[in-house]
Design a protein around this ligand. Structure first.
Ligand SMILES: *[C@@H]1O[C@H](CO)[C@@H](O)[C@H](O)[C@H]1NC(C)=O
Ligand SMILES: *[C@@H]1O[C@H](CO)[C@@H](O)[C@H](O)[C@H]1NC(C)=O
Ligand SMILES: *[C@@H]1O[C@H](CO)[C@@H](O)[C@H](O)[C@H]1NC(C)=O
Ligand SMILES: *[C@@H]1O[C@H](CO)[C@@H](O)[C@H](O)[C@H]1NC(C)=O
Ligand SMILES: *[C@@H]1O[C@H](CO)[C@@H](O)[C@H](O)[C@H]1NC(C)=O
Ligand SMILES: *[C@@H]1O[C@H](CO)[C@@H](O)[C@H](O)[C@H]1NC(C)=O
Length: 361
């Protein structure tokens, strides 16, 4: 029987505190274009990085030992403590809230590391689909046994196919290493600068190069130039292979750091919030504000609806603030309501209180 997992109710706060890191960002401050409300002046130009939540909570946790399929050959101890970090990051009730920012990047990194580590023996950087089904189900069971949400696969859109080669033509380690300049790749990605990687994309470019190189195998070419489109599912699938190869050449904790650092750059690029109905804001603030109190009240209530949706990083908050700015402008809210109503980035993100932003990309 499974034992119930208990945990401390201070978790959200703990996670948020752990998520916050201060580092300096050498870049210049960029003004966000195309928004009427100017928020750039009210933010501190330093980066915020959602890093690993370590698992101090393990002390409070009683693990249950799951019954595994016996049909998955991945070595779960080869991922070091990544599994327990993932279980913490995808903690039952918080997984959906922390999905894009914390849980899914950590889950992805763990899967890549498990396959990467096992490739040292299997010499394969992908599982076949039957094997993938068993392994994914085993991983889910182990994580659940450590308190993780029982629906991570769905929350993070991971299918057994995600662990296979999908459309990438190279899965053998030996073929990979004879095709790709693997020392260059390892050099670019062995250790990434978490702050500058998102801006300089040193490792990301090396990964893309490697992915394009293997994706081009077997593609038609014209006069020696292959006809691989700039963006394709094939290249994306090959990126997964590259990440697994990288994970197999790093110790699990470095792999975790690198893979999380890379997904952090992706996470930061979009605004994950759904903007609710703006009727009230438009009514009070559009076409010239007649009653500032009423307008700001409407804005406050609107922004607090956004806050309730999801934890977002400060870079996402910047994008969200910019997107909302554009929406407001389209709705004829031409006054600078952000300044007028003292709304700044921290209002878009519950983390805003404790973290800073990197504005240079
Ligand atoms: C964990 O299990 C042990 C033994 O069953 C029990 O003594 C302990 O109180 C449990 N801890 C928590 C935090 O539930
Ligand atoms: C699994 O990984 C651990 C840690 O790297 C290692 O000590 C152990 O020998 C591996 N087991 C197998 C069966 O390869
Ligand atoms: C899938 O992979 C597993 C583990 O490597 C292997 O035992 C099995 O034969 C493979 N199945 C197919 C259909 O290739
Ligand atoms: C927004 O809400 C108002 C009432 O609160 C409603 O009349 C209007 O149809 C809604 N608009 C949309 C696009 O849902
Ligand atoms: C402005 O709006 C506030 C809040 O809705 C209201 O209390 C106040 O009476 C309004 N002021 C004027 C001058 O209409
Ligand atoms: C914005 O204002 C223009 C001109 O004042 C008007 O034609 C347009 O319908 C307004 N749009 C909205 C969404 O209120």
């Amino acid at each position: 029987m499974r034992q119930r997992v208990s945990f401390s109710l201070t978790l959200p706060l703990t996670l948020l505190l752990l998520l916050c890191v201060y580092e300096s960002c050498g870049g210049s401050v960029r003004n966000t274009e195309a928004i009427a409300p100017d928020i750039s002046s009210s933010v501190n130009p330093q980066p915020f990085l959602p890093l690993l939540a370590p698992s101090p909570l393990t002390a409070f946790t009683n693990y249950s030992i799951p019954k595994l399929s016996g049909l998955c050959t991945l070595n779960f101890s080869a991922a070091g403590n990544m599994m327990s970090v993932t279980a913490t990051d995808c903690w039952a009730s918080f997984a959906p809230l922390l999905a894009d920012v914390v849980c899914c990047p950590q889950f992805d990194a763990t899967l890549a590391t498990l396959i990467g580590q096992s490739s040292k023996y299997s010499r394969m950087l992908a599982l076949n689909v039957t094997h993938a089904k068993h392994c994914l189900s085993d991983v889910q069971k182990i994580l659940e046994g450590q308190g993780a949400n029982d629906n991570i696969q769905k929350i993070c859109s991971i299918e057994p196919e995600t662990l296979t080669a999908a459309s990438c033509p190279v899965i053998e380690v030996d073929t990979f290493e004879s095709t790709v300049d693997s020392s260059k790749l390892l050099c670019a990605c062995r250790k990434i600068d978490l702050v500058n990687e998102c801006c300089d994309q040193v490792c990301q470019n090396a990964i893309l190069d490697a992915a394009r190189t293997i994706a081009a195998i077997g593609m038609p070419n014209s006069k020696g130039v292959n006809l691989l489109p700039a963006h394709s599912t094939r290249i994306d699938d090959c990126k997964n292979i590259v990440l697994r190869w990288l994970a197999s050449n790093l110790d699990p904790s470095s792999a975790n750091k690198v893979l999380r650092g890379l997904s952090n750059c992706k996470v930061n690029k979009v605004c994950p919030l759904v903007f609710p109905n703006m009727t009230n804001v438009v009514k009070e603030c559009a076409n010239g504000i007649s009653n500032q109190t009423a307008c700001c009240k409407a804005m406050d209530s609107y922004v607090s609806q956004l806050q309730q949706q999801s934890f977002i990083t400060n870079l996402q908050a910047l994008n969200c603030a910019a997107s909302l700015g554009v929406k407001l402008q389209k709705a004829n809210v031409s006054d600078d309501v952000y300044n007028l109503c003292h709304i700044n980035l921290k209002d878009f993100s519950l983390q805003g209180q404790c973290c800073y932003i990197c504005l240079n990309k």
